[in-house]
Design a protein around this ligand. Structure first.
Ligand SMILES: Cc1ncc(COP(=O)(O)O)c(C=O)c1O
Length: 426
């Protein structure tokens, strides 16, 4: 039986006092994912750090209204953006002053593709091409769509890593940039950055490393003594890197860093208008015009609050939780981990069980791993160390439901979705 769609919202004739608005807002959250108890494995990177959460709440209050569009009006924001980008550049062995913040991974990727297009056009390439693995994040396809570029997606090997020979064969005279993921989202494996960058060097094209997911984890993974294949600016030929602060940087949403190998390349990211429109000279390094202050200030605050030692401690928790989860999954008859992940993100599936049934039985128990076409996907946060065992008990039960022949009427897997959304706030 289908229910009638809710009436479209209308602006109320009269306003309502703040507490009542807030109460209604809170009531509207009844079907939101329970991230605080670690029940989801995507969208949120739960640091399990109450002091950090308080700090970020204070930061957003402090910078409630400021705008990073004009660095002259709020120089404190310009300084924090510079310092934040430079702190990350230091971690990634990059160049100070050669990058800045964006609103997230998708915008960092968009701007990196724009730089590639502009660089290629200067070389006389009329229709510049981007070459990525098939596992590259859809943000590259979106950027190509918006920037009217062609993307060639090359295959991956049996370990889900970019196939170097396929990339070499795909690179041609119109190639603007090649891309490697560190790691890719679906399988959590690193593409062979050294080989991809060597192809770029040989062809004289740019090489972007998408470390949106891994950029704020890999440096600390390395400090923990874990094996980390070369991926950052220490690799000759890597010309830009995206690294999200709103993922394993534990800042709140709206903060990513796009770093270039040198300042000259960073300048290509900037758009300048001459002022003929009547409003004055306009210069901007991002897709957005007005830029909210809290993500910039929050990213700066998170880096300062945690410091290197804090990030290493968080990385250790994530590593331990990942190990426990992987061992627990492998111990359940019928489940296999799809790849050998390099970090803390992985997919598991089954040749014998219907994973949609497993997902639904887990949902019935209040757990929401990400659903992918090949199985279930976990992106592990520090908090998950506390609940890994509980999740594994629920998973074992869910597998038994599937083994007993449960059925599913689940919709196709949706990226990052923990549960269906919809309805009205009334
Ligand atoms: C590897 C990778 N690249 C890019 C992105 C896009 O980041 P955002 O969702 O912040 O735009 C993601 C998001 O999960 C990602 O995992």
């Amino acid at each position: 039986m289908s229910t009638a769609p809710p009436a479209p919202a209308e602006l109320p004739a009269e306003g309502t006092d703040g507490p009542a608005v807030l109460a209604r807002m809170v009531a509207n959250r009844h079907d939101d994912a329970d991230w605080r108890n670690g029940r989801i494995f995507g969208l949120i990177f739960h640091p399990d750090d109450e002091e950090l959460e308080e700090l970020l709440a204070d930061v957003s209050r402090e910078y409630l209204a400021e705008n990073a569009l004009n660095p002259v009006r709020f120089p404190s924001l310009a300084r924090m953006e510079r310092e934040t980008a430079d702190m990350v550049a230091g971690l990634l062995h990059g160049t100070p002053g050669a990058g800045g913040l964006t609103s997230g991974g998708t915008e960092s990727i968009f701007m990196s593709v724009l730089v590639a297009r502009e660089t290629a056009r200067k070389k006389g390439i009329a229709e510049p091409v981007l070459v990525t693995a098939v596992t590259a994040h859809p943000a590259f396809a979106k950027a190509c769509h918006l920037l009217d570029m062609r993307q060639i997606r090359v295959s991956v090997d049996e370990g889900y890593r970019l196939d170097v020979e396929a990339m070499r064969a795909a690179v041609g005279p119109d190639t603007a940039m090649v891309v490697a993921s560190a790691p890719c989202y679906p399988y959590g494996v690193m593409d062979p950055v050294t080989e991809v960058a060597a192809i770029a060097l040989e062809a004289g094209v740019l090489c972007h490393v998408d470390a949106c997911l891994g950029g704020m984890m890999l440096p600390f993974w390395e400090r923990l003594g874990e094996p980390v294949p070369p991926w950052d600016f220490r690799v000759e030929g890597v010309t830009s890197i995206s690294a999200d602060l709103h993922k394993y940087g534990y800042a709140f949403k709206g903060a990513s860093v796009l770093l270039h190998r040198d300042v000259a390349q960073y300048r290509t990211q900037w758009w300048f208008d001459d002022g003929a429109w009547g409003g004055g000279l306009y210069g901007s390094p991002t897709a957005a015009g007005t830029r909210p202050a809290p993500p910039i200030a929050g990213a700066w605050a998170a880096l300062r609050h945690l410091g290197e030692a804090g990030y290493v401690r968080q990385a250790a928790k994530v590593r331990d939780a990942t190990r426990r989860l992987m061992a627990g999954v492998e111990a359940i008859d019928g489940l296999t981990i799809t790849s050998t992940p390099d970090l803390c993100v992985f997919q598991f599936g089954s040749d014998v069980l219907d994973m949609d049934v497993v997902a639904e039985a887990l949902a019935d128990r209040g757990w929401f791993p990400n659903r992918q076409p090949g199985g279930l996907h976990l992106m592990v946060s520090p908090y998950h160390l506390k609940v890994a065992d509980e999740f594994l008990v629920a998973l074992a039960e869910a597998v038994e439901v599937a083994r007993d022949g449960g059925t599913s009427d689940a919709a196709p897997a949706v990226y990052g979705a923990a549960r269906p959304t919809g309805g009205s706030s009334s």
